[in-house]
Write a protein that binds this ligand. Structure first.
Ligand SMILES: [Zn+2]
Length: 571
């Protein structure tokens, strides 16, 4: 018996955490990352680092398996790259100076980083192996530990210095083909997120540091999230705050006073003055479509920008563009224009969105809907990269005419440890974790309750547990002595670690009781178990009731495995 007990990570975790179980609703006040540690899912040896313990690792492996299944379905090849990456490649792509890169030197003074992503390394590998257009398309992926020299590591798994990530990279002969591949991986992501059951949001996103021109973020909407998403009430488009273009609220009072910021185009012969409402956050990037060569990354002050523009004797050949935010009107007071100019020597653009959107403003895309703002936790990101990496690394293939051409790329990440933290955050309640059945550390807890013959019950449940396992269901047996750990406490403990179903064998034998802890995230007319019950209610003496807000099934052992399978399918 003792050996059996020790084999159970579940029971061991409890043995060291008894103080947690004094009160039924103790978990409600504990931050999620602490709950992970208190329940023995993880241990954090220091800020930003995480050890995965048996209970947590079960969830991690389940998430990984879902990812592997869907990535294989789109013919992605798995690789495992070294965590150490030499500086040279990073310098070639201009990413070595990133302050969050975890850098280190070997004894000879050579520079390395602990890889946060692998665009450089994978492109270098593919470049060496791909010769002809016939070798493409190619998707490569891995699930691996990644690193980031996070200056302010956040609670637990959400923002660590070491984290687990699925990163995938695609290589194609052209942009058109690369976008087809992008859609394919996008589809795989949808399948992954659907298997995880929790409602998710896909947001159009800015391409940021990784570069490229098409990108989506994958989010769980939750008030604790650090990201903001805007969704249009009319066209339904969702985008993150860096990408949301908005027009002023209907009937809003036009703004009377404006601020201005000055920018130059790349060739420094056009001065762009951006006028926007006082106190709002300017996003010059929004002008990328109107003025494609606008240098939005400039760190110059306005004085420096103006001085640069005025360099040289002649202002002839230079132009000025004034851009008015849509929230201004023709009587808005503008700051004085500090550069001498001839009337007619400048262009004015009006009615454009220049500042960060606010809740209630009008969607720029359809010009009809109202924008709603929600907080969200980002857990995945997909990028179309084009030649952002293949160009500097000269990753070419030979096209059908024998000429070299740059490969067109995409990259696709899912934060594996982060998604677990996010799901925990979104789903936990007063009683603890509530894992989706597809990733729960166990899907069913079996408890032998008080009954006529305990030994007989255990023997019978050995058989039941075996059938469950054969049916692909993970089972946790709670063998702690009933005299010390009462039935109620055992049920609470199972609920606390988030096992979707608790089975109690005892008084009702040969019928078994099933208490439902898991949630049904999708609203359906009829759930699978209801369809099954319509056919089998009598044969399996199947009763359903609700006790203190909790769904309870009593079913004959003959139909038990099928009932459990049906219940889990919708959780
Ligand atoms: Zn819209």
């Amino acid at each position: 018996m003792l050996a059996r007990l020790l084999k159970k990570p579940f029971v061991r975790a409890y043995a060291t955490n008894n103080q947690l179980f004094l009160s039924k609703d103790v978990s409600k006040d504990i931050p999620t990352h602490e709950l992970f540690q208190k329940l023995g899912f993880t241990k954090q040896p220091s800020s930003g680092l995480v050890h995965w313990l048996p209970l947590g690792l079960r969830i991690l492996r389940n998430v990984e398996n879902i990812i592997h299944t869907e990535m294989r379905r789109v013919d992605a090849e798995e690789v495992a790259l070294s965590s150490l990456s030499a500086a040279a490649l990073w310098k070639t792509t201009g990413r070595w100076d990133n302050r969050e890169l975890f850098k280190l030197q070997d004894a000879k003074g050579a520079d390395y980083c602990l890889a946060p992503t692998c665009e450089e390394e994978i492109t270098d590998i593919v470049k060496a192996h791909v010769g002809s257009y016939k070798d493409l398309p190619l998707i490569m992926y891995q699930v691996a530990r990644k690193y980031r020299d996070e200056k302010r590591p956040r609670a637990g798994l959400l923002r660590g210095r070491e984290f687990l990530m699925k990163d995938a990279y695609s290589f194609d002969v052209s942009e058109t083909h690369a976008l087809v591949t992008y859609d394919k991986v996008y589809g795989a992501y949808k399948a992954i997120f659907r298997t995880l059951k929790i409602p998710f949001a896909i947001a159009e996103a800015d391409t940021g540091d990784i570069g490229g021109s098409l990108s989506h973020e994958w989010h769980y909407v939750h008030h604790s999230g650090e990201d903001s998403l805007f969704t249009c009430s009319s066209c339904g488009s969702t985008s993150n705050i860096e990408k949301t273009l908005a027009l002023p609220e209907v009937d809003s009072v036009p703004v009377d006073t404006a601020e201005v910021r000055y920018f130059l185009n790349e060739s420094k012969d056009t001065l762009v003055a951006l006028y926007y409402p006082v106190g709002r956050t300017l996003v010059p990037l929004f002008l990328k479509e109107e003025i494609p060569d606008l240098n939005t990354k400039s760190t110059l002050t306005d004085e420096e920008t103006l001085a640069k523009f005025m360099e040289g004797e002649e202002i002839i050949g230079k132009s000025i563009i004034r851009v008015m935010d849509a929230r201004l009107h023709d009587r808005t007071i503008l700051p004085d224009f500090p550069v001498p100019f001839q009337r007619g020597s400048f262009t004015t653009l009006t009615g454009l969105p220049l500042v960060e959107a606010r809740e209630g403003e009008v969607c720029y895309k359809c010009e009809e809907g109202r924008l709603e703002r929600q907080k969200a936790i980002e857990v995945g990101h997909t990028f179309f990269l084009g030649t952002r990496y293949s160009a500097p690394l000269n990753a070419t293939f030979t096209n059908e005419f024998g000429k070299p051409e740059l490969m067109s790329m995409g990259c696709y990440g899912i934060g594996v440890s982060r998604i677990i933290a996010a799901i925990a955050e979104v789903t936990r309640d007063m009683e603890g974790f509530v894992w989706p059945a597809t990733i729960a550390p166990f899907q069913v807890t079996i408890i032998e309750g008080p009954g006529k013959n305990y030994q007989q019950t255990v023997a019978m449940m050995d058989g039941v547990a075996q059938s469950l396992k054969e049916g692909g269901i993970t089972v946790n047996r709670d063998f702690r002595p009933l005299e010390r750990f009462g039935l109620g406490k055992k049920i609470r403990d199972s609920n606390l670690i988030g096992v979707p179903l608790v089975v109690i064998a005892g008084k009702a034998l040969p019928r078994l009781e099933i208490e439902v802890r898991g949630k049904r995230w999708e609203q359906k007319e009829t759930y699978l178990w209801q369809e099954l019950r319509a056919r089998k209610q009598e044969a399996w003496q199947w009763e359903v009731s609700e006790v203190k807000g909790r769904e309870k099934h009593i079913v004959h052992v003959d139909g038990f495995v099928e009932v459990v399978q049906a219940l889990l399918k919708d959780m």
